[in-house]
Design a protein around this ligand. Structure first.
Ligand code: TMP
Length: 205
């Protein structure tokens, strides 16, 4: 059976990932079945865990507790949504994936990197074929995001230093893994971000 493609979109708060995801779906749907999904979430059990993670007091969970919840949600999402879609040849476009855990829980939250690596191995999380990192100054992004997601602001509330570490880690991941990752300038207008993303997809997949 044809194997699909697994594309992840990463970046801080309010960088325009969901707008890009919709643009990619429209642009690529003539070529393949496109499955748009997101983390945390993307399957019924994972969506229930999402509510625990993104709502409430910002100190409600430690980084380790978040990583364990995220791993359970990710396994549910992989089993019920992502792996079946890839197996039938669909292209999966996923808004956030394990690089977000490395940026938010490890780099900004202080979780040991070895713990995340062990969790990824335990749930057999496949590496994406391509990761598009949307890069934007977090001061601009967090403001944009506050308007968009009412009640889902647990991470937005974590402060400027936290979000600066998140941004720096996404850039570091892209530098460490240049074959998998491409960085896009998310301060451009949405149609220019989409055009850059499509160029990377043409060149790499
Ligand atoms: P979203 O607002 O982009 O949908 O993402 C929800 C929040 O969850 C966002 O603030 C980042 C956070 N998050 C993590 O901290 N670690 C993760 O692994 C994922 C997938 C999301």
């Amino acid at each position: 059976m044809a194997q699909g493609r697994f594309i992840t979109l990463e970046g801080g708060e309010g960088v325009g990932k969901s707008t890009l995801a919709r643009g990619l779906q429209a642009a690529l749907s003539a070529r393949a079945e496109i499955v748009l999904t997101r983390e945390p979430g993307g399957a019924p059990g994972a969506d229930a865990i999402r509510a625990l993670l993104v709502q409430g007091d910002s100190n409600r969970w430690s980084a380790m507790e978040e990583a364990l919840l995220l791993a359970a949600a990710r396994l549910n999402h992989l089993t019920q949504t992502i792996k079946p879609a890839l197996a039938r040849g669909a292209w999966v476009i996923c808004d956030r994936y394990y690089d977000s855990t490395r940026a938010y829980q490890v780099a900004a939250g202080g979780l040991d990197a070895a713990t995340l690596n062990a969790l990824n191995t335990m749930i057999q999380a496949p590496a994406p074929d391509l990761t598009l990192v949307l890069d934007l100054d977090p001061t601009a992004g967090v403001d944009r995001s506050r308007g968009a997601s009412v009640g889902e602001d647990r991470f937005e509330k974590k402060g400027a230093d936290f979000h600066a570490r998140v941004r720096a880690e996404f850039l570091a991941i892209a530098e460490r893994e240049p074959r998998r990752c491409a960085v896009l300038d998310a301060s451009q207008p949405a149609d220019a971000v989409l055009a850059s993303a499509l160029r990377e997809i043409e060149a790499r997949l």
